[in-house]
Design a protein around this ligand. Structure first.
Ligand code: R5P
Length: 290
């Protein structure tokens, strides 16, 4: 197995390689003055299973393009199988057509990857795992929630309340609670399909006097999480910690979440950031050996 480190995920690719004892073949990357990307695989991948590790957090279009180029180059060089390990999969939130006339962005990205020779995708905590069977190539979704929960458990956070932000994340809260050994629940959210605005729906939570950890797949602008922190605090939570898999952290989201009353915030290295204290390398490496 050969690991091709995409320019957006050099450290993670290296950590996955170490977990697997696989061979890493460097990829040279450059950007032309007009902004176009160029890549060159610096080694032989003929007849090999190739794993390209490339996250597609912002600038997502550029990073997707780099991924297409790497896959296509590996295919042209005779790779036997091409797995795209895409820790954060851009456009995955548009996993269906919500309003008439919208493009089905996630499907388009997957179809292009298939055309570039990708035979399988591995991603981490896809926005809505239920939709993953609807695509033209197999997508394996691995969860980083246990790794995040273990991070808290190792700091003596056992017995804390695990809450998902949004009902569809309840399975995430349950997964965390198996490690933290405390109760779990969800904070209901509603997204206005036209404005994109998220509101929190009122729901009594058993958090009074408790340390509470809020889990979400993505923190982008931080707006949703800020409202969730307020909601948990208003219901008497003693301390509120925040965990997310994909810390996009647009517009100082970390600072604004901390100012909203959170006592701490942690994310993973699917998106390298100042809070990426948990590595998903073991989870991706495990998926690659199964
Ligand atoms: C929504 O369904 C996701 O799970 C996140 O809650 C959302 O993407 C977070 O976005 P933002 O940080 O911009 O509120």
């Amino acid at each position: 197995m050969i690991i091709l480190p995409g320019p957006a995920s050099l450290d993670l690719a290296n950590n996955i390689m170490l977990e697997l004892d696989a061979r890493l073949v460097p990829v040279f990357y450059k950007k032309f003055p007009d902004g176009e990307s160029s890549i060159r695989i610096d080694g032989n991948v003929n007849d090999e299973k190739v794993v390209i590790v490339q996250t597609t957090s912002p600038p997502q279009d550029e990073r997707l393009m780099q991924l297409f180029l790497m896959a296509s180059a590996a295919k042209d060089q005779g790779a036997k199988k091409i797995v795209a390990a895409i820790p954060y999969f851009a456009y995955s939130r548009q996993d269906k057509v919500f309003l008439p006339g919208e493009a089905f962005s996630a499907k388009i990205a997957v179809d292009i990857l298939k055309a570039c020779g990708v035979t399988q995708i591995i991603t981490v905590n896809a926005h809505n795992p239920v939709t993953l069977n609807n695509f033209s190539i197999p997508i394996r979704d691995v969860s980083a929630i246990s790794l995040l929960a273990t991070h808290f458990r190792d700091q003596s956070f056992e017995d804390s309340v695990s809450l998902s932000v949004g009902k569809k994340g309840l399975a995430v809260a349950k997964e965390a609670a198996t490690i933290l050994k405390g109760p779990f629940d969800y904070i209901p959210t509603h997204r206005d399909r036209h404005t994109g605005e998220v509101s929190i729906e009122s729901k009594p939570l058993k958090v009074d006097g408790k340390v509470t950890i809020l889990f979400d797949d993505i923190i982008s602008s931080g707006g949703t999480m800020i409202k969730a922190v307020f909601h948990a605090k208003k219901q008497g939570a003693k301390k509120v910690y925040v965990a997310c898999v994909h810390p996009l952290l647009i517009n100082n989201a970390k600072e604004r979440i901390m100012q909203s009353g959170a006592s701490g915030i942690v994310g993973t290295d699917t998106v390298p950031s100042s809070i990426s204290d948990v590595s998903v390398a073991p989870a991706i490496a495990k998926a690659l050996t199964e």
